[in-house]
Ligand binder design. Structure first.
Ligand SMILES: [Fe+2]
Length: 398
């Protein structure tokens, strides 16, 4: 049974929705901590410091910002839960050992923030190769812009697949900017707030030629490369120039199992990257494959034409180049590549630190090609998804 939040329940230290799927059945005090036995038999325990600093009362949590106002040292070092009980409606009240006023907690929030032996699973990337995903997940653009639910599905596809597309969009000035700003702030770069993929007489990137581009991430020259990229094709009558997208997380996982020595080298050896510009000089370094503390792949830094010389011993150079070649062999293997034409009205959104992108060369004299690009960051995508889910009152799409 799902019970909705009701007025008499305590506030929570956030603006999220905490549905009550199960009610607390019994509470007890264990060595000064709160123990809750839930209706489904699970038990969760809460440290007194955890409860005190998340107390939603107005003197410990700002009632408007919902941010904590309690300094850590204002919590007594020997604070203990003295007594606890369940109110009608499921809120849990705690009486404290130091005589301060009691604290009340929302049962949905307590359940959602309880420890049950493992972290609750979050969204997992859907890994793909060409046979699984020959084209990006695609929605009709005008429909997605007119309907928050469809817009959310586009964003969730971007998060989970690392690439998603809107199609049939009108050729309209400012449209790309409006769509990106609906998700979050633009992240500018040395190419400006927005850039146009056009052929320049004096190009400061291979992107501004009609040449083929090997698979790559943009901005490996930054401490944290831009998390998202948006490419809006407003016009294209040229031949060639198809987009080539690769799920580099799929490559990394395949290397982990099939070529573990190369996988380790790609995670350990830091390459430097520098841009080649007469008016700027960006430089950053990092491994090709980044993992989080749990060993999940969390980012890719791979770009052949922006790699700086690897100043290292022969042994390290040998290990670095051979592992880089192993990665490149997969990135350039059609089995990993999604290849498709940029059609007028297509908007490609992709995770720049996961989905490698590239293109075939095109005949610049055979027509016109007008593609606009904007960068943003992953955090803004994730925030937009959570905010839309909250507004639409949906369970997180995992
Ligand atoms: Fe690029």
């Amino acid at each position: 049974m799902q019970m909705k939040d009701v007025d008499h329940l305590p506030a929570t230290p956030d603006f999220d929705i905490w549905p009550i799927f199960v009610l607390p059945q019994a509470v007890s005090v264990e060595n000064g901590a709160l123990a809750v036995t839930w209706g489904d038999g699970l038990v969760s325990r809460y440290h007194p410091f955890f409860l005190a600093e998340n107390d939603p009362a107005p003197d410990t949590l700002h009632p408007l910002s919902r941010e904590a106002t309690l300094p850590p040292l204002d919590i007594a070092a020997d604070l203990r839960v003295a007594e606890a009980w369940i109110e009608t409606g499921g809120a849990v009240t705690v009486r404290w050992s130091d005589g301060r006023r009691s604290s009340r907690f929302h049962p949905g929030w307590l359940r959602g923030n309880g420890w049950f032996g493992a972290e609750a699973p979050g969204p997992k990337p859907v890994l793909w190769m060409a046979r699984d995903q020959p084209e990006p997940p695609t929605l009709d653009g005008p429909s997605a812009l007119a309907d928050d639910g469809a817009f959310l599905r586009w964003l969730v596809a971007l998060r989970d697949y690392g690439v998603s597309r809107l199609e049939n969009l009108p050729n309209e000035d400012g449209l790309l900017m409006r769509i990106v700003e609906r998700i979050g702030p633009v992240r500018e770069s040395n190419f400006g707030r927005m850039y146009t993929l056009e052929i320049k007489d004096d190009p400061d990137s291979n992107a501004f030629t009609s040449d083929a581009l090997l698979q790559h991430v943009d901005m490996p020259t930054r401490e944290c490369p831009h998390g998202l990229q948006f490419l809006f094709c407003r016009d294209n009558t040229t031949s060639g120039g198809e987009g080539i997208y690769v799920d580099a997380y799929r490559i990394a996982e395949d290397l982990r199992t099939e070529e573990p020595e190369h996988f380790r080298a790609l995670c350990e050896i830091e390459w430097s990257y520098n841009n080649r510009s007469k008016t700027s000089s960006y430089k950053a370094c990092g491994p090709v494959i980044e993992q989080d503390s749990a060993g999940n792949i969390s980012g890719i830094r791979y770009n052949t034409w922006l790699r700086a010389p690897l100043v290292a011993s022969l042994d390290v150079q040998d290990r670095a180049y051979r592992s880089y070649r192993a990665f490149a062999a997969r990135a350039q293997d059609p089995a990993y590549q999604m290849v498709f034409a940029y059609r007028p009205g297509d908007l490609l959104a992709f995770d720049n630190r996961r989905a490698l992108h590239g293109r075939n060369g095109y005949d610049a004299k055979g027509g016109t090609r007008f593609i606009e690009g904007i960068y943003a960051d992953r955090d803004d995508l994730y925030s937009a998804i959570r905010t839309l889910e909250r507004a639409l009152d949906q369970e997180p799409a995992t």
